[in-house]
Design a protein around this ligand. Structure first.
Ligand SMILES: [Zn+2]
Ligand SMILES: [Zn+2]
Ligand SMILES: [Zn+2]
Ligand SMILES: [Zn+2]
Length: 386
C-alpha cells in the first residue's frame, strides 16, 4: 500500500491481541489451534473399521478389520484441537474470501464435517457483508467445538471412528484432564492446607482430592497396623447414602492407585498380601495343607497368586462380601488340591487329606480315631480351619 497501511496486517495483529497463541507464519497467513472440549462430553464409538465415507482414504487403509475388536463407546471431554490455517489473499475482504484450511491431528474429525464447517465460514463472510471476518471465524469454530460439532446429532447419536484411534484419543483426553487438575489448587481434607494440583491426588473411584503427603502417611500407617480396610477414601462422607440409596462403605484402593500416588512398592505388596490372606481365611471353601509343618492354603483360582506387577492385580471389588466371585467350572477332579506354599507344594485330596491318589480312587473323609497322634493334631487343625 502506498501509505504503508495494510488492513490485512492490521486485522491479523488485532486478532493476535485476543489470541496470543496464534502463529503468524508470514505476512498474511496465520495458524491457530482451537480447543475441542465438548460439553457434555462427546460420545465416540470405536469400531474395528470406520465407515469409509466418514474418514479419509489414507486413514481407512490403516484400519483393516482385525476381527479382534468389538465396538467400544467412550465419552471424551477433550479431543485434539482443530487447527485453523487462514490466508488473507489480495482483494480480501471485499473481493476475495479468506482461504481456510481446517484439520485435526489423527484426522479424527471427519472430512465431511470439516467441509461443512468450511462452508459455514464462507456463508458467514457473505452474511456479514464481506467485511473482516477472522475474529468471527474463530468465534464460530470455538462455538462449534464446544458443542462437539453437533456430532451427536448423527444417526448413530455419536461420532464413529476406527478402533486404531482409540489409544491416542483416550490418552489425549486423560492427559488433558490431568494437566487441568494439576493447574488447580485444592484444600486437602486432612491437613486442611490449600495445595497445588501437582501435590495432590484425585481418587479414581470417587474423585475426592487430598494432598499426596497426607494420603501416603495415612495409608502407610494403615498398612503397617494391618488395617487394610482403612485403605480407602479418607473423606468421612464418602460413600454415604444419598437419599433413596443404600449406604456403602468406600471401596478399598487398587494397588495400582497406591503406586501411582507414590506409596512404596514393598508397602503396596504388603497391603495386597494382607488383603488376600484375609479373604482366603474368611472363605469357608478354603482348603489347608494337611502337612503339619505347613498348613498353608491350597492353590485356588478364586484367589490367584499375587503377580510381580501389582498394577495388573485383578480388581477385587469391595471387601464386605457383596461381590460374588465368578463360578469356576472345571473338568478336573475337584478333590485335587495343591498346597500353595512353594516349599511344600503337596498334592493332596481334600476329602481324605491323603497324598493325591488320582481321580479314579473312591475315598472317604478320614475318621480321627484311625489317625496317629501326629496326624490327629494336623486333622484337628484342618477341621478347625475348614
Ligand atoms: Zn494434606
Ligand atoms: Zn471419596
Ligand atoms: Zn503344604
Ligand atoms: Zn481322597
Amino acid at each position: 500500500m502506498a501509505d504503508g497501511f495494510d488492513e490485512r496486517e492490521e486485522e491479523l495483529s488485532s486478532v493476535e491481541a485476543i489470541y496470543p497463541e496464534i502463529i503468524i507464519t508470514n505476512k498474511y497467513t496465520a495458524s491457530l489451534d482451537i480447543k475441542v472440549a465438548p460439553s457434555p462430553p462427546l460420545l465416540v464409538r470405536f469400531v474395528p473399521s470406520a465407515p469409509a465415507t466418514a474418514v479419509k482414504a489414507t486413514f481407512a487403509q490403516v484400519t483393516a478389520p482385525t476381527g479382534a475388536h468389538i465396538e467400544h463407546d467412550v465419552h471424551l471431554s477433550h479431543l485434539p484441537p482443530l487447527n485453523l490455517r487462514v490466508t488473507l489473499p489480495d482483494g480480501y475482504p471485499i473481493e476475495a474470501e479468506a482461504e481456510v484450511d481446517l484439520k485435526t491431528e489423527h484426522d479424527w474429525l471427519p472430512r465431511s464435517k470439516l467441509d461443512e464447517l468450511q462452508k459455514q465460514l464462507i456463508d458467514l463472510w457473505e452474511d456479514l457483508g464481506r467485511c473482516q471476518v477472522l475474529y468471527s471465524y474463530i468465534d464460530h469454530l470455538e462455538n462449534a467445538a464446544s458443542s462437539g460439532f453437533s456430532l451427536d446429532q448423527s444417526d448413530d447419536g455419536c461420532l464413529t471412528l476406527a478402533a486404531s484411534l482409540e489409544p491416542a484419543l483416550v490418552s489425549f483426553d486423560k492427559e488433558t484432564k490431568l494437566k487441568q487438575f494439576q493447574e488447580g489448587t485444592y484444600d486437602c481434607g486432612i491437613c486442611l492446607e490449600p495445595k497445588k494440583g501437582t501435590q495432590c491426588h484425585k481418587l479414581d473411584k470417587c474423585d475426592h482430592v487430598f494432598c499426596v503427603q497426607c494420603l501416603q502417611d495415612c495409608y502407610n500407617n494403615s498398612i503397617t497396623e494391618g488395617a487394610v480396610a482403612d485403605v480407602c477414601c479418607l473423606d468421612p462422607s464418602c460413600g454415604q447414602a444419598k437419599t433413596g440409596q443404600r449406604a456403602r462403605k468406600p471401596k478399598p484402593l487398587h494397588p495400582r492407585e497406591l503406586l501411582a500416588m507414590g506409596v512404596e512398592d514393598s508397602m503396596v505388596r504388603r497391603y495386597v498380601e494382607m488383603k488376600r490372606k484375609k479373604r482366603l481365611e474368611s472363605d469357608k471353601d478354603t482348603v489347608y495343607c494337611p502337612r503339619e509343618w505347613c498348613t498353608k492354603p491350597a492353590r485356588s483360582r478364586k484367589y490367584p497368586p499375587i503377580p510381580d506387577d501389582l498394577t495388573v492385580y485383578p480388581d477385587s471389588g469391595s471387601d464386605d462380601g457383596t461381590v460374588s466371585e465368578p463360578k469356576i467350572i472345571t473338568d478336573d477332579d475337584d478333590r485335587l488340591c495343591i498346597c500353595e506354599n512353594p516349599k511344600c507344594g503337596m498334592a493332596f485330596c481334600k476329602v481324605c487329606y491323603k497324598s493325591w491318589h488320582g481321580p479314579i480312587e473312591r475315598c472317604h473323609p478320614r475318621n480321627p480315631d484311625e489317625l496317629s497322634a501326629e496326624d490327629k493334631a494336623s486333622y484337628e487343625y484342618i477341621m478347625a480351619h475348614t
